[in-house]
Design a protein around this ligand. Structure first.
Ligand code: ZN
Length: 302
């Protein structure tokens, strides 16, 4: 009897190992094929960027609001478990007579991370002085800085949030808009592209969240940027068309097949339009490079 049991053990352990390996593959490695025909018509976006009268931005500035770390395995399906540096960013467009903000970060640091109090102060002041505020999507680390701003009701006059970005307050938790701030607010509603300022075009990219969009920016001197939000957390996600693992996309409710399609389109665009600088949502590497080339300037103008 005992010897029979002993002989079964290797089989049982083998079966457990196979089940665990299959589960790991399913939740951390497997990537679906692309879904939908999402495409980015650069010629049309450039046309729209020139369609509004007025001066384009002369400077694009970055505020490094916070830092945190993610394991590579969380950033990219099939990645290892070593930690990668990540950052919480906000961007400022400086026009000759006015200012705009892209993404508002959040005041509280992300779990395990740290925020720069001076950067938060500069961001909050710059939001108060902006006449246009847009966000790449409705997650708290992009929209929370607006929702929890002490003057949020007044700032909503400058904010151009989309219908979808306001339709999912659960995605912004724990940040929340005070209900009074949204009373009477008319969100923007568009199909594919929307010019919001000279040189600035919103590009619908539902997938990471229902309200996800890319922001195209053309500086007065012709330099071009594409702010990706969290369609790609890092440059690696674009270069390798590497989608986040299922364990994460299930948690955040992301539509993986759509994001895979968007990443493939962005990877092709990086090859065909190398001068269109793609800026992923949380990767310090590309931001450092753009700062070194004076395509981004550190710290917001006040
Ligand atoms: Zn996000």
């Amino acid at each position: 009897m005992n010897s029979v049991r002993r002989r079964r053990w290797p089989r049982v352990l083998g079966l457990i190992a196979v089940v665990l390996a299959a589960a790991y593959w399913w939740f951390f490695v497997q990537v679906p094929g692309p879904r939908t025909e999402w495409a980015l018509d650069v010629a049309e976006v450039r046309r729209l960027a020139g369609s509004m009268a007025g001066d384009k931005p002369t400077e694009v500035r970055v505020e490094r609001v916070g830092t945190f770390q993610f394991p590579h395995a969380i950033i990219e399906s099939g990645g290892g478990w070593g930690m990668r540096p990540m950052a919480l960013f906000s961007y400022q467009l400086v026009f000759p007579t006015h200012r705009a903000i892209i993404d508002t970060a959040q005041v509280e640091p992300l779990p395990g991370g740290a925020n720069d109090a001076a950067a938060v102060t500069r961001l909050q002041a710059a939001m108060g002085a902006a006449d246009l505020i847009v966000v790449t999507h409705e997650h708290g680390d992009h929209l929370g800085g607006l929702a929890t701003h002490p003057q949020v009701a007044a700032l909503m006059k400058a904010a151009k949030l989309t219908k979808e970005q306001l339709a999912h307050p659960e995605l912004m938790r724990p940040a929340a808009f005070p209900p009074a701030a949204l009373s009477g607010y008319q969100p923007v509603d568009y199909d594919k592209y929307l010019a919001v300022a000279p040189g600035v075009v919103l590009i619908r990219a539902a997938g990471h969240t229902p309200g996800s969009q890319l922001v195209y920016v053309q500086r007065a001197d012709g330099a071009e940027y594409l702010f990706l939000g969290d369609t790609a957390w890092t440059q690696l996600n674009v270069e390798q068309v590497a989608e986040r693992p299922r364990a994460i996309t299930l948690l955040i409710g992301e539509d993986r097949g759509v994001v895979v399609r968007q990443l493939a389109e962005l990877a092709a665009l990086a090859k065909s339009e190398p001068q269109l600088h793609q800026v992923p949502g949380h990767d310090p590497g590309p931001v450092d490079q753009l700062v070194a080339q004076h395509l981004l300037e550190e710290k917001f103008a006040q």
